[in-house]
Design a protein around this ligand. Structure first.
Ligand SMILES: Cc1cc2nc3c(=O)[nH]c(=O)nc-3n(C[C@H](O)[C@H](O)[C@H](O)COP(=O)(O)O)c2cc1C
Ligand code: SF4
Ligand code: SF4
Length: 260
C-alpha cells in the first residue's frame, strides 16, 4: 500500500500540499526532490507515486524535470502530479511530466492544479491576506477531494490551456537560465550574515566569502533566497523593492532549508 510523494518547494506551498496529502493517504511518506537529487542513484518502488511542485513559467521547475529524468520507477505504480500555482490551467506542466514518464514506460494517471499564492514577485506583489486566506480555504477542500481520488486510484486529467504559447515562453526562460542570477543584489548594510540564503539554495549556487551572498550562475530561479532573507537584504533588480516576501503560514523556514 506504500505511497511516496516527492515534493519540490521554496516558499512552502508545495510542501504544505504534500503534508496534507500525507495525512490523508495511508502509509504515505514524503521526500524532498532537492535532497534525493543529491543521491547518485534514484530508484522508487511503491504502489503509488506522487509529484508535487510549483509551476515555473507555465511548466515544470528545472529541478523537477531533472528529477523525473533521473528517477527509475520500478513496477507500474499509480502516479499523480500536482502543480501549485497562482494562476491555474495556463501551461503544460503535466504534458511535460507525462512525456518524460512515458519514456520510462510509466503513465501519469492523475493531475491537478492547486491554486495558492504566486511567489513570483518580479512580476507582481504578493496577494493581499484576504485573498491568500480564501485560496487557502478553497485549496483545503480541493485537497480532500484529491486525496480521496488518489486513495481510490482514480484517473484525472485537467485543463492545460495555450500549451504552444506557454511552451515557447517556458523554453525561452530555460534558454536564459545562466544569466538569471545577475539580477540578484544584496544590500550589505541590511545583511546580517545569517546564511539562510545559502542554506535554502537547491543548486548550491550561493557562497558567502565575506558573509553576504555571491551568486555563482547555476541558478534555477526558484526565488528561495529572495523570499527567505529575514532582513529583506536581497532584491531582484529594482522591481522587487518594496514588495512583500512570502512563505506559506503552515511552513517554518527550517522546513525549507537543505539538510546537512
Ligand atoms: C520562476 C517562477 C516562475 C513561476 N511561474 C508561474 C507560472 O507560470 N504560473 C503560476 O501560476 N505561478 C507561477 N509561479 C508561482 C509559483 O508557481 C507558486 O507561487 C507556487 O505555489 C510556489 O510553490 P512553492 O511555495 O512550493 O515553491 C512562478 C514562480 C517562480 C519562482
Ligand atoms: S539570508 Fe539575508 S541576511 Fe542572511 S546571509 Fe543571506 S542576504 Fe544576508
Ligand atoms: S540562487 Fe536563489 S533563486 Fe537561484 S537557485 Fe539558489 S535559492 Fe534559488
Amino acid at each position: 500500500m506504500k505511497t511516496v510523494i516527492y515534493y519540490y518547494s521554496t516558499t512552502g506551498n508545495s510542501l504544505y500540499v504534500a503534508r496534507e496529502l500525507q495525512k490523508a493517504i495511508p502509509e504515505a511518506e514524503i521526500q524532498s526532490i532537492s535532497e534525493v537529487l543529491r543521491e547518485d542513484r534514484l530508484v522508487v518502488n511503491a504502489e503509488c507515486v506522487g509529484f508535487v511542485f510549483p509551476m515555473h513559467y507555465f511548466g515544470l521547475p528545472i529541478q523537477v524535470e531533472e528529477f523525473l529524468q533521473k528517477v527509475t520507477i520500478l513496477e507500474s505504480p499509480y502516479t499523480f502530479a500536482i502543480a501549485t500555482c497562482g494562476v491555474p490551467y495556463w501551461g503544460r506542466p503535466f504534458m511535460d511530466a507525462e512525456k518524460i514518464l512515458k519514456e520510462k514506460n510509466c503513465s501519469l494517471h492523475a493531475s491537478w492544479y492547486v491554486r495558492l499564492v504566486s511567489n513570483y514577485i518580479p512580476l507582481r506583489d504578493i496577494a493581499a491576506d484576504w485573498r491568500i486566506n480564501i485560496r487557502a480555504w478553497l485549496a483545503k477542500g480541493k485537497l480532500q477531494r484529491i486525496a480521496k481520488a488518489i486513495n481510490n486510484r482514480e484517473a484525472h486529467s485537467t485543463w492545460q490551456l495555450f500549451k504552444n504559447f506557454c511552451g515557447r515562453y517556458h523554453d525561452k526562460w530555460l534558454a536564459g537560465q545562466q544569466e538569471i542570477d545577475n539580477k540578484f543584489l544584496c544590500d550589505k548594510e541590511k545583511c546580517t550574515a545569517c546564511g539562510l540564503c545559502e542554506r535554502i539554495c537547491p543548486r548550491d549556487n550561493i557562497k558567502r566569502p565575506e558573509g553576504s551572498p555571491v551568486w555563482e550562475h547555476r541558478c534555477v530561479e526558484c526565488l528561495g533566497c529572495l523570499h527567505i532573507c529575514p532582513a529583506k537584504a536581497i532584491e531582484y533588480g529594482e522591481i522587487t523593492k518594496g514588495r512583500k516576501r512570502y512563505r506559506h503560514k503552515a511552513i517554518a523556514p527550517a522546513d525549507l532549508l537543505r539538510k546537512g
